[in-house]
Each structure stands twice: as C-alpha cells, then as structure tokens.
Design a protein around this ligand. Sequence first.
Ligand SMILES: Nc1ncnc2c1ncn2[C@@H]1O[C@H](COP(=O)(O)OP(=O)(O)O)[C@@H](O)[C@H]1O
Ligand SMILES: Nc1ccn([C@H]2C[C@H](O)[C@@H](COP(=O)(O)OP(=O)(O)O)O2)c(=O)n1
Length: 231
Amino acid sequence: MENGAAPTAKPVIVAIDGPSGTGKSSTSKAVAAQLGLSYLDTGAQYRAITWWMVNNGIDLTDPTAVAAVAGKADIVSGTDPAAPTITVDGVDVAAAIRTQEVTSKVSAVSAVPEVRARITELQRSLAARAERGIVVEGRDIGTTVLPDADLKIFLTASPEARAARRSGELKGADLHATREALIKRDTADSSRKTSPLAKADDAVEVDTTELTLAQVIECVVTLVEEKRTGK
Ligand SMILES: Nc1ncnc2c1ncn2[C@@H]1O[C@H](COP(=O)(O)OP(=O)(O)O)[C@@H](O)[C@H]1O
Ligand SMILES: Nc1ccn([C@H]2C[C@H](O)[C@@H](COP(=O)(O)OP(=O)(O)O)O2)c(=O)n1
C-alpha cells in the first residue's frame, strides 16, 4: 500500500450463546482479548435494566408497567475485554447487577418484548461500531440479534457442572439450591415467546462439561481463525 498501512481486515462478528454457567463470559472475554476484538456481555445489559426497574419501584409482575418504562434507563457498555464496564444513568453497576435479587428477577424483565427491542438495538449499534469486530455473548445473539454473524457458537454443559461452577463463584452457596435456581432460569429463558434462548441452526455446539476453560477458548479461537482464512 502506498502509505505503508496494513490492509484493513473485515470486522469479524462472533456470537456465543448458551445457558447459565456454560462458560460464555469467560470464553468470550478471553477469545476477544486474544484476537484483539471488542467484547459485549448482553446478560449484563438485561441485568442493568432489571436493576434500574427494581431501584425505581416498578412492579415487575406487570409486563405493561415494565414495557412503559423500557426506554428510560441510559445503559452504556464498555467493550474492552480487559476491562468491560456497565453503567446506568452514569452509575457504575458492575457489582450491583450480580445480586441474588437482580438474578432472580432478570428473566421476567427480559421476557418483555419492549425491553428486548430496546436492548437489541443497543447491541446491534455496538456491534456495528466495533472496528476490528466483536464477540457478543448471550441467549439470542445467533438467532435474533446478529443472525449474519461470521461464527456462531452454542455452549452447553450438564446442569451439575454448571451448578458446581456457579456455586464455586458464590462462596458458600448451596449446590442443590444453585442447581434448582439455574434450571428455573433456563426454563423461563427458553420458554418465553420473544426471542427465547435457542441454538441457531448454523451454530457450532460445544459441550463444555468435560473441557477445561483453556480448551474451550482454544476451540473457539481456532474456529474464528478458520473462518477468517476461509477454511
Ligand atoms: N470449561 C470450564 N471448566 C471449568 N470451569 C469453567 C469452565 N468454563 C467456565 N468456568 C467457570 O465457571 C464459572 C461460570 O462461567 P461463566 O463464563 O460466567 O459462564 P456463563 O457466562 O455462561 O454464565 C466461572 O467461574 C468460570 O471460570
Ligand atoms: N441475550 C440475552 C442475554 C441475557 N438474557 C437474560 C436471561 C438471563 O437469565 C439473564 C442474565 O444473563 P447472564 O448472561 O448475566 O446470566 P448468567 O451469567 O449466565 O447467569 O439475562 C437474555 O434474555 N438475552
């Protein structure tokens, strides 16, 4: 090239979906960091809007009340995989969105179509702005948010493995109770009408039950590189 600049590669879009505890966040962050891509945790956005609704005393059992305020919170996601951030109306909510209260309420809020429309729009605009590309993780990325993604991965793992991973994070949490709460949330997320948790027809399914995190990361990095080189 005349000015010596390297040719600009086409941005690569990677969608990683799956139920809770399958390794979506850890895998996506590491893959994005290794490949120099942006990273978006869409679950954090649904948690953030849920946090706002709880904070503002919205009746979450009333989908009409939730829909009426779906556009009110200003949710901003920082997409650097080394230091992802999330704010609501300028407030850092990274810790506040991980409480049991938010976790137990997020499925009801994220089932409301007006909430999904709003958050999906944010996700698409972040993906479109990622210059080198982005790894986006969630429940409906390959099916609805970014159906033209270059690579779609669907992570799975046994409920036992997922519960063990989650209760390892929540110090002292009861394994049985964690497993039951996780199954309840999966059922709600998979059975909602609008954009449920589902594997896209063209997604590659990876069962992580018997794999280490490093193995899952390597598998996804290899798949992205194969896509990039057109193998
Ligand atoms: N393949 C794996 N083997 C063992 N632990 C894992 C594996 N993948 C993820 N973990 C751990 O399980 C926990 C949940 O992973 P996370 O990436 O948050 O899952 P998700 O985003 O799908 O809910 C984290 O503590 C993570 O380090
Ligand atoms: N693309 C997405 C991502 C998450 N959600 C909803 C459903 C999930 O139960 C919650 C929380 O997602 P999150 O990925 O933070 O959950 P875990 O880290 O797996 O526990 O958000 C969604 O409806 N669509």
